[in-house]
Design a protein around this ligand. Structure first.
Ligand code: B12
Length: 220
């Protein structure tokens, strides 16, 4: 069963989609529910593209429409946690060859809301640049957003280089994005994989909490 919103999004009915979202937000509906229905629409658009019922033009339109959806939803997601952005530092990147950024951008917004310090390196990022930034920023987490299979090798390259530099174990590495699986995590050598931003945030929060506990017990 798909919702009316998902159906209109798949059909790229921009005006219907945006007016329904405005109305539901006005009625104080949970913005994450609206987000999930929109995300499902994007997955189904991808399937139409794969079946050759949609082409690049439709993918592009869906990308633009999703951006407009996020602009409506984001102000309703909550206030940034203000007690100093001290939950931890995270670098995000979509690696070389891949320009998909909608999922990465929502993850970045949600992490900021949770109080993380986010360094978003953008899209189509050179693997050596990621390694440089890890050395410079010394983050607690590195998150790759991956929507194309051609990104697996360059992500693995980054992790291999971090290993060679002896700094791999100083941070936790996550990989996410609609096409990723646990196998991808194992192949590139990451610590965690998900196709759900909220699960990623949960992982970061739990990791930080566990570290604080070990520290309190004199383990660090
Ligand atoms: C919109 C879209 C585009 C837009 C992107 C616009 C943009 N600014 O991002 C445009 C039109 C540019 C595009 C281009 C292409 N696309 Co495209 N695209 C899509 C589509 C339909 C939706 C992606 C999306 O934004 N989903 C919504 C977001 C919110 O979901 P998400 O990214 O999964 O993110 C969520 C989670 O995964 C998680 N998450 C994401 N990243 C991370 C990272 C971490 C660390 C964590 C913890 C969590 C996390 O958080 C988000 C919220 O929960 C997908 C279909 C699909 N099934 O995903 C195809 C898809 C990804 N595209 C595809 C293809 C083939 C292409 C093109 C090659 C097409 C072409 N012939 O040119 C080009 C590639 C361009 C390039 N070099 O990158 C294929 C990829 C196939 C593959 N296996 O490699 C897909 C899967 C379509 C398909 N089924 O064939 N695309």
């Amino acid at each position: 069963m798909i919702s009316n919103l998902t159906k209109n999004l798949i059909e790229l009915e921009r005006d219907k989609v945006l007016s329904e979202i405005k109305e539901r937000l006005n009625q104080s509906e949970d913005p994450m529910k609206i987000f999930e229905e929109s995300k499902q629409g994007m997955e189904l658009i991808g399937e139409r593209y794969q079946r050759k019922e949609y082409f690049l033009a439709e993918l592009m339109l869906s990308g633009e429409l999703f951006k407009e959806i996020m602009e409506l939803i984001e102000p309703y997601l909550g206030e940034e946690k203000t007690e100093g952005n001290n939950k931890g530092k995270i670098i995000l990147a979509t690696i070389q060859g891949d320009i998909h950024d909608l999922g990465k951008n929502i993850l970045a917004s949600l992490l900021k809301l949770e109080g993380f310090e986010v360094y978003d390196l953008g899209v189509d990022v050179n693997p050596d640049f990621v390694v440089e930034k890890v050395k410079e920023i010394q983050p607690d987490f590195l998150g790759f957003s991956s929507l194309l299979t051609i990104t697996f090798d360059p992500m693995k390259e980054v992790i291999d280089k971090l290993e060679k530099e002896g700094i791999r174990d100083k941070l936790k590495i996550m990989v996410g994005g609609g096409i990723t699986t646990p196998l991808v995590k194992d192949y590139i050598g990451a610590d965690f994989q998900t196709i759900d931003a909220m699960e990623g945030i949960q992982y970061c929060l739990e990791t930080i909490k566990a570290r604080v506990k070990i520290g309190a017990q004199g383990g660090i």
